[in-house]
Design a protein. Sequence first.
Length: 135
Amino acid sequence: VSVRELGVDWIAFSGHKLYAPFGAGVLAGRADWLDEAEPYLAGGGATRTVARETDGTVAVQWHTGPARHEAGSPNVIGVYAIAAACRALTEAGFDALEARERALVARLKAGLAEIPEVRVLNLFGAEADRVGVLS
């Protein structure tokens, strides 16, 4: 995904939406905004140098680019998990996955329709191709 080609300032996604473990995700932004934004957390790879001044204050030089916002230890396992999930989904084929999901939704709706006193509530409308809330 190219932030520049999309013409957006930021793009974010959660790894669990791709079946990767919870807690791993991506936030990518324009380089100029990453360089100008004040880091949310200090430490780890975010700082280039930290020095005590003669007056007792601490002077911090921040890295530029994405490293400026990556305090602490990088989530290497999470990154690998997202890459593995992307690879598995690509190998499975998105058309095949979509067809399987549509078949499962149809089977679910048909099965629920056979149960007395069950009313299907769907956030996206009765004819939506995805499941919202079922009760």
